[in-house]
Design a binder for this molecule. Structure first.
Ligand code: 5GP
Length: 130
């Protein structure tokens, strides 16, 4: 069965899309640690990031970098933090989280409860900064 992120890529489940190309897709995390918390995935469905072939792995990093630069322009933050966990969804994804302090990248923090309007606005602000 396709992963939930494959269903997002295929448009079967909605997402707040930031960017897409032939091989990669970026969208807002639905339970964000901070405004602008974004997930970047390869369209190729591989559970564990270090099982990706080199080309896909390196392309994912380059795509994530473009998105991170746009997040930094669009969202007030000191820098954009990067994390890879994959404890919940078995489809490789990089978390990009706008940081004001080290503690903002603690996944035990309470998640933000944003409205659809807020998600839509944040996604369009980041997309416009690409
Ligand atoms: P991880 O696998 O890295 O431990 O966590 C998976 C992440 O994916 C979580 O931060 C969670 O909020 C996010 N997530 C899970 N399901 C969905 C979904 O359907 N849509 C979006 N946008 N994010 C999701």
């Amino acid at each position: 069965m396709a992963s939930i992120f494959t269903m997002i890529v295929e448009g079967k489940i909605p997402s707040y899309k930031i960017a897409e190309d032939d091989n990669y897709y970026a969208f807002l995390d639905i339970n964000p640690l901070a405004k602008g918390h974004t997930l970047v995935i390869p369209k190729k469905e591989v559970d564990y990031i270090f099982d990706l072939d080199d080309e896909t792995y390196l392309g994912l990093g380059a795509f994530a970098k473009k998105v991170a630069v746009a997040i930094k322009k669009a969202i007030p933050c000191q820098r954009v933090g990067v994390a890879v966990l994959g404890m919940e969804v078995p489809h490789t994804h990089i978390h990009l989280v706008p940081l004001q302090s080290e503690n903002d990248l603690n996944f035990k923090n309470k998640k933000l409860n944003l409205s659809q309007e807020e998600f839509t606005t944040i996604a369009s602000q980041i997309s416009a900064a690409l």
